[in-house]
Design a protein around this ligand. Structure first.
Ligand SMILES: C[S@@+](CC[C@H](N)C(=O)[O-])C[C@H]1O[C@@H](n2cnc3c(N)ncnc32)[C@H](O)[C@@H]1O
Ligand SMILES: [Zn+2]
Length: 413
């Protein structure tokens, strides 16, 4: 229900323990998490009457940088929507920290969250630039689907999967708009619950050592198919995996041709659990390749359909890096590190190898990742680290070569 505009923000007296915190440039009232858990093992953010997770500050820092990179690319004022806002911190930070943000609309179905978000907007003196609503996110986004009501950017940050909001978010995005998605349902996406992944994302996951990359590709693939139904194409500009979630940023382009182009970037990843070989099979409806591993003749396992296109845009990541240098972030060092890792892997081959996994199967002592990378380069292959896994390597070397170099490096220690 949309609440009366006459209700003053000072009227809000939370009936649960709160505290004031500073995150980025925002000063916000949040639930006092300690008051809602009986033991340290309990997950406090979801026990409180309004969701707040301090661990996600880093996620929000990266969101600020991505939004700024997007705005810089457009070079005009933008409007941003945070349809699952909880206490409003994300939307408030967009308004305070991203240059060129003219207007932000935040929304949450939870009455307590709505009240708290209104209070926080007033606390940050943003009443003129941020509107706060109390509706179901799909209803709220649908009300913004008419051409002149659409947003430049929408940040879908739900509990679990963003899939229930994809269609309405796409409809509420302007031509060329940016969609940011968080998915925390890693058990389906990483193949622990494959049926749930097939049901929600329309693609089969695989429990491989690079399952987090597959998670992003399954999410992007799902977005591409939902968008294509409306003659809209997607272009993934940035993505990352951290802690318990993956995050994806994609811009959209209107037109059947754009939709066809993104469907062309769908396909499968075939994986050999015996010898580590993997290969892409392009085409939504076509696993053209034989399902026998060309290296060891074992049966290949299939992930997909999923997004085989790029999952980072080098230029976009470079602008994010420049933006990091322009501001003081409490996670500044960590931000610089992850962006530099991602920048290095933007144009590297798909999927990565995990040195420890190879050593485990080959029963080898574990060498340093740096030495394996050097060994691969000495042999004439490309090799780089990946932000997905601190023990991971992206390389154009065949799996057998990777195993050979891992063995050689392990033996030399
Ligand atoms: C993970 S929290 C959002 C966290 C927030 N974006 C942040 O960065 O702090 C998800 C929020 O979605 C809200 N929510 C759940 N279902 C909803 C729906 N159908 N419509 C609108 N809000 C919803 C919940 O009340 C909760 O506040
Ligand atoms: Zn094989």
């Amino acid at each position: 229900m949309v609440k009366s505009k006459s209700m003053k923000n000072e009227d809000f007296k939370p009936n649960f323990p709160t505290e004031i915190i500073t995150e980025g440039k925002a000063k916000v009232v949040v639930p006092k998490l300690k008051a809602f858990v009986k033991s340290p093992s309990e997950y406090a953010p979801s026990k409180a009457p309004v969701f707040y997770n301090p661990v996600m500050e880093f996620n929000r820092d990266l969101s600020i940088l991505a939004m700024q990179a997007y705005q810089r690319g457009l070079d005009r004022e933008i409007t941003v929507c945070d349809p699952l806002t909880a206490g409003g911190v994300r939307g408030i930070r967009y308004a305070l920290e991203v240059k060129g943000v003219r207007k932000v609309c935040v929304n949450d179905i939870n009455e307590n969250a709505f009240q708290l978000a209104k209070h926080n907007v007033a606390l940050n003196k943003l009443g003129k630039r941020i509107t706060v609503r109390n509706e179901d996110a799909n209803l709220f986004l649908s009300k913004h689907s008419a051409p002149h009501k659409r947003f430049d950017a929408i940040d879908v940050d739900p509990f679990g999967s963003p899939v229930p909001y994809l269609d309405s978010a796409i409809r509420a995005l302007r031509k060329g708009g940016l969609l940011a998605l968080t998915a925390t349902d890693m058990a389906p996406l990483c193949g622990v619950h494959p049926k749930a992944c097939i049901r929600k994302y329309g693609g089969k996951p695989l429990r491989t050592e690079y399952c987090h990359e597959l998670a992003i590709r399954l999410l992007a693939g799902c977005l591409a198919s939902v968008a294509a139904k409306r003659d809209i194409g997607i272009n993934v500009v940035f993505s990352h995996r951290l802690e318990h979630y993956v995050r994806l940023y994609a811009t959209i382009s209107y037109g059947a041709k754009a939709g066809d182009e993104s469907i062309k970037q769908m396909g499968y990843i075939l994986h050999c659990f015996k010898c580590f070989h993997r290969e892409p099979a392009e085409g939504f409806f076509n696993i053209g390749q034989s399902l026998a591993c060309r290296e060891c003749n074992s049966k290949l396992s299939v992930a997909g359909p999923l997004w085989l296109g790029r999952i980072f845009d080098k230029q976009f990541v470079e602008v994010m890096e420049q933006e990091t240098g322009r501001r003081v972030l409490s996670n500044g060092e960590r931000t610089g590190k992850i962006l530099s890792l991602i920048e290095n892997e933007t144009e590297a081959p798909i999927t990565y190898y995990v040195v420890d996994k190879i050593c485990d199967v080959l029963r080898l002592p574990v060498p340093s990742v740096k030495n394996v990378i050097e060994g691969l380069r000495e042999d004439g292959y490309s090799a780089c680290l990946t932000h997905f896994n601190s023990r991971g390597i992206r390389s154009n070397a065949p799996a057998a070569e990777i195993c050979k170099v891992v063995r050689r490096t392990a033996d030399s220690h």
